[in-house]
Design a protein around this ligand. Structure first.
Ligand code: HEM
Length: 331
């Protein structure tokens, strides 16, 4: 009798817990195994196709997952276009406007998935799958992507403006922004390693090149020959939109050269170099380790991508499965 009551109570308690904390529901690697068994290969093949004409697209796609997850969790909110009930999109927030790209490829993936498994795969999960495929196609690690996220019904432009780190912030600020979403300094250093591929516009780092912090001189943590190259590519009064490789030593390959660059004062963004040049910071030894040991970086990166992908997903009956990643259903 006691054991019956006890197990009944346990069941009621579990149900209540799930009910009261729905966002704690677990994602799962087998979420689509019966409803869309080829989901990973479909995502991968659309990206492979896109890479034929755009070597940068893999980098652009992983960045979308990052910018999605840091704002209201990994809920596809970044993908919503402004219009209807979406009065202020995340796409138009400062960190994304004229910067985030790859939305057309996300739409192509969605179309391809709707053809094979209509109404099944969320746009939030597409971003998580696209991030993994992009890294692995770039020569980086593979990992098992956890799935089952659902798509949000709102966008949060002010959240995007405040929660996504800016490239001119201090290491303390960046650390706080990661910590606010449950990520620690190992996650920060590992995930910053995504700057091993892709591009950055001059406007995001040119404050370092001529008159850093009002000193009248360049950022002292910039290697002098790298500085000269950057000054040439991003002259004062030149276009702020000119592109530069985030990792000049291997621009489109996912490897640990980014960390070797930091050891040589060749980090492009101020926030990149701060990981190694902030005196006394615990990030320094993590950078050194990843610079000397690519497997350690790859392993940490995969784990940190899983950690990032777990930020406050919508699950169960929350949100919806969008049929068009740009719009809330029925709008
Ligand atoms: C730590 C704080 C971070 C800051 C301040 C930062 C900032 C930036 C900036 C300013 C750009 C250039 C955008 C442009 O020129 O339009 C960029 C590009 C990029 N970021 Fe980050 N980022 C950070 C972390 C991350 C993380 C965690 C990831 C992914 C896991 C990531 C992946 C990328 C990639 C791949 C690109 C190149 C995108 C492309 O070529 O389209 N970043 N980031």
């Amino acid at each position: 009798m006691f054991s019956f009551n006890h197990s009944l109570l346990t069941t009621i308690f579990s149900v209540l817990t799930i009910f009261l904390h729905p966002s704690n529901a677990q994602l799962s690697s087998t979420f689509y195994s019966s409803t869309c068994p080829n989901v990973s290969s479909i995502v991968r093949s659309v990206i492979q196709q896109a890479l034929q004409s755009d070597t940068r697209i893999a980098a652009s796609l992983i960045r979308l997952h990052f910018h999605d997850c840091f704002v209201n969790g990994c809920d596809g909110s970044l993908l919503l276009d402004q219009g209807g009930n979406i009065t202020l999109s995340e796409k138009n927030a400062v960190p994304n406007n004229n910067s985030a790209r790859g939305f057309n490829v996300v739409d192509n993936i969605k179309t391809s998935l709707e053809n094979s498994c209509p109404g099944v795969v969320s746009c939030a999960d597409i971003l998580a799958l696209a991030a993994e495929a992009s890294v692995s196609l770039g020569g980086g690690p593979s990992w098992t992507v956890l799935l089952g996220r659902r798509d949000g019904l709102i966008a949060n432009q002010s959240g995007a403006n405040s929660s996504i780190p800016a490239p001119t912030e201090s290491l303390a600020n960046i650390t706080a922004k990661f910590s606010a979403v449950g990520l620690n300094i190992t996650d920060l250093v590992a995930l910053s390693g995504a700057h091993t591929f892709g591009r950055a516009q001059c406007r995001f780092f040119n404050q370092r090149l001529f008159n850093f912090s009002g000193t009248g001189s360049p950022d002292p943590t910039l290697d002098s020959s790298y500085l000269a190259t950057l000054q040439q590519n991003c002259p004062q009064n030149g276009s702020g939109n000119t592109l530069n490789n985030l990792d000049p030593s291997s621009p489109d390959t996912f490897d640990n050269n980014y960390f070797q660059n930091l050891l040589n004062n060749r980090g492009l963004l101020q926030t990149d170099q701060e990981l190694f040049s902030t005196n006394g910071s615990a990030t320094m030894s993590i950078v050194s380790n990843f610079a000397s040991n690519q497997s350690a970086f790859f392993e940490a990166f995969a784990q940190s991508m899983i950690n990032m992908g777990n930020i406050s997903p919508l699950t169960g009956s929350q949100g919806e499965i969008r049929s068009d990643c740009k719009k809330v259903n029925g709008s």
